[in-house]
Design a protein around this ligand. Sequence first.
Ligand code: CIR
Length: 257
Amino acid sequence: MMFKNVIVRRPARSLIDGITSAPELGKPDYELAIKQHDAYIEALKSCGVEVTVLPAMEEYPDSCFIEDDAVMTRMGAIITNPGAASRNGEKEHIVEAVRKFYSDDKIAYIKAPGTLEGGDVMMVGDHFYVGRSARTNEEGIRQFIEILEGWGLSGSEVTLEKVLHLKTGVNYLENNTFLVSGEFVEKEEFKNAKQILIPEDESYAANCIWVNNKVIVPANFPKVAQLVRDAGYEVILCDTSEYRKLDGGLSCLSLRF
Ligand code: CIR
């Protein structure tokens, strides 16, 4: 399986007002965030994908975390219904971009009272794991799985206890290989997989992205970078320090399909 396309959204200046569970890390520096975003786009291009860059949206401080607004599958796209109130309106602004890649009959919508954010969705071939979190509820998951099944795909729920989104703690590379941290190590779903165990002091780096046989790893997490190299992948490092201040990781910044 190869990705052909990626969609990103430029960070807004209002980024400094984004949601965070870690205010002690300080506010993001907008200029540095822009430089890191530029480097992220270059890293993606070096993996052979076409990158569509959407403009910043000042009214939505967290909108650069575009992964939460849609889920792109090989059969169709699902526009989410973000559970964070300040982010909910982002979904209206992703549809136009998604329409460039999918016809209207291949675009489905999660509807209230269902909520779902893309950071809770992990694609493993034709199966989609969905984290039930503070942002993604039971009804959102029910609708999501129903849509997937209508397309001949499947989904299942994973319960989360500590992390913001499912992919904060577990991410899929390929060939049954997962990057697994904390609460996910012992979970039934991933117990029998090939696990790359993320050391606790580098848990942020559980959020890496596999793009066409290369793996983009956050900079400054040397143990994880080495573990991924040891698993046989070419590693590209990208500094995401400014996004980390808002609980954002590498996957959050793009839609890959
Ligand atoms: C939020 O709390 O919604 C943003 N500050 C971070 C979103 C991270 N997105 C993701 O993990 N997919």
